[in-house]
Ligand binder design. Structure first.
Ligand code: NOJ
Length: 543
């Protein structure tokens, strides 16, 4: 299991209210005790932090808010000593506008080699006052910003699929490719075990940068779509060269792609032989708590990954999506729920959300392949939906003209111990409060409050992860659907040797199969071990 450390919100060692490497080092034993195999640490590089560090100004350093290179070296060594592998976040689609390359591009003339590392174009219209095409930024507004040239006149435009402070690189430029391979070598040589690749589906842009027009993304049908900047075929050649680089190391170095593509077949293209090792399965994350949808997502995922010989992965949340307790607290909807804006107005039953999140965790951890857990998921944290407007920090809030509250609600610093904020996220003598305010109710959900409580989410994760490590049927392998338990609203599968997982999503309580013994259950069972709705059990099959 790979654990996502959203570094700003994991643990604050120096008391400035922002998580850092010192805090993470101090909490490594917790992660090893939880049963984590590897960490993915979100960007820790020097950055103006306009997008929480996904705007990198120097790919070979550490932002002083997070510590120093020597802290990073110690962290890597300590994690390895505990048997934890370390993955970093590589942000190759764009850099920060403070990156020296972009600063040089701004100072250089149109057509110069400095500008050729980015996507600068003349504007349309008689004076070039219209953007070069109709592309939109992911954060809202046009994906182009016009610069002022050295003579003080309005000049060319540059592309940014995200914020204006995140100019896109031109991946057809060999200099860009050489630079990122060098950055990867730098960190591999420092001992890191791999990279999560940010916006892995966005690096290639269609020649000529054609308008998008009425093309809808994500597509609504399963038909392939020729989108001018998402999931283009040319991308795969880049990943083949990265794989070749990773394979030059004796100790395996691995990649996981963040690729928001529209179905598992498209995703599996990123993990074909000679390309990346794994890719996040967002199809599973977006599936509602509903047996048919989850079944379809699992079957399509297994099928698509089998076809290319790669292990599937399973993920319930991350620092960009609404926490699953809050998603599952709402009635299932056919429309995918990814952002807080998709759910905030819907009636919520949070105790159902918590039961379902626990049941989903056992489902995820029983499926063949790798699993990703986002910090706080193991504590059963819900999205913080009522952060004060003036405290919101995600650029989505401003970029959307204050209509979209953005992703801060899943990024609130996590609670470790104690009865009031900062819940030991920061030391007792901290000079500043946590960078986002924590709800008072989190005193019941801290690591300390849950430790030793056998009904808590944390102890459920600990037990499940111990079983996942020790049970020979779990981890990689195959599954077999149990046709004997074909009840609407129930998912049931077996894995060899002698393991079954039954998830009751919405049926009346169901009896476990004869000749089975309970290994773990996500919630209380009914008499005779009957499994109620919103509950998953793992069973040992005795014959
Ligand atoms: C995906 C990251 O997870 C997200 O946080 C970021 O805003 C975008 N990529 C842009 O880098």
């Amino acid at each position: 299991m790979i654990y996502e450390v959203y570094i700003r919100s994991f643990a604050d060692g120096d008391g400035d209210g922002i998580g850092d490497i010192a805090g993470l080092r101090a909490r490594l034993p917790h992660l090893s005790d939880l049963g984590v195999d590897a960490l993915w640490i979100t960007p820790w590089y020097p950055s103006p932090m306009t997008d929480g560090g996904y705007d990198v100004a120097n790919y070979r350093g550490i932002d002083p808010r997070f510590g120093s290179l020597s802290d990073a070296r110690q962290l890597i060594a300590e994690a390895h000593a505990l048997g934890l592998r370390v993955l970093l976040d590589l942000v190759p689609n764009h850099v920060s506008d403070q990156h020296p390359w972009f600063q040089r591009a701004l100072a250089a003339a149109p057509g110069s080699p400095e500008r050729a590392r980015f996507i600068f174009r003349d504007g349309r219209g008689p004076d070039g006052e219209e953007a070069p095409n109709d592309w939109r930024s992911n954060f809202g507004g046009p994906a182009w910003t016009r610069v002022t040239e050295a003579d003080g006149c309005p000049g060319q435009w540059y592309l940014h699929l995200f914020l204006p402070g995140q100019p896109d690189l031109d991946w057809t430029n060999p200099e860009v490719r050489a630079e990122f391979e060098d950055v990867m070598r730098y960190w591999f040589e420092l001992g890191i075990d791999g990279f999560r690749i940010d916006v892995a589906h966005g690096l290639a842009k269609a020649p000529g940068l054609p308008d998008i027009g009425s093309l809808v993304w994500p597509p609504v049908t399963h038909e392939p779509v020729d989108h001018p900047h998402w999931d283009r075929d040319e991308i795969h050649e880049i990943y083949r060269s990265w794989r070749a680089l990773a394979d030059t190391y004796e100790q395996p170095r691995v990649f996981v792609a963040e690729a928001w593509v529209h179905n598992p077949e498209r995703l599996a293209r990123y993990v074909r032989a000679g390309e990346l090792h794994t890719a996040f399965n967002f199809d599973f994350l977006l599936a509602p708590w509903e047996a048919g949808s989850l079944y379809e997502s699992i079957v399509a995922t297994l099928h698509a990954h089998q076809a290319v010989g790669a292990p599937p992965t399973w993920v319930l949340s991350n620092h960009d999506t609404v926490r699953e307790v809050s998603r599952y607290a709402r009635a299932p909807s056919k429309r995918p729920v990814r952002r807080l804006g998709d759910v905030i107005d819907l009636p919520a039953d949070f105790s159902a959300g918590r039961r379902r999140a626990a049941a989903a965790a056992l489902l995820m951890l029983a499926l063949p392949g790798g699993a990703y857990v986002y910090q706080g998921e193991e504590l059963g944290l819900a999205e913080v939906e009522d952060l004060p407007d003036d405290g919101l920090q995600d650029p989505t809030w401003d970029q959307s003209g204050h209509s979209d509250r953005g992703r801060d609600g899943c990024r609130v610093p996590i609670p470790w111990a104690g009865l009031e904020p900062p819940f030991a996220f920061s030391p007792a003598d901290a000079s500043a409060p946590p960078w986002l305010p924590q709800p008072a109710g989190w005193r019941h959900q801290s690591v300390q409050a849950q430790t030793g409580d056998e009904h808590s989410m944390l102890e459920l994760y600990r037990r499940a992860l111990r079983l996942r490590r020790s049970h020979p049927a779990l981890g990689d392998g195959q599954l077999r659907w149990l046709r004997t338990i074909e009840v609407p609203g129930v998912l049931a599968f077996a894995r060899d040797p002698g393991f079954a997982c039954i998830v009751n999503l919405s049926a009346p309580p169901i009896a476990p199969p004869d000749a089975s013994e309970l290994l773990i259950s996500s919630g209380p069972l009914r008499p005779e071990g009957r499994i109620p709705a919103d509950t998953t059990v793992w069973l040992s099959l005795t014959c």
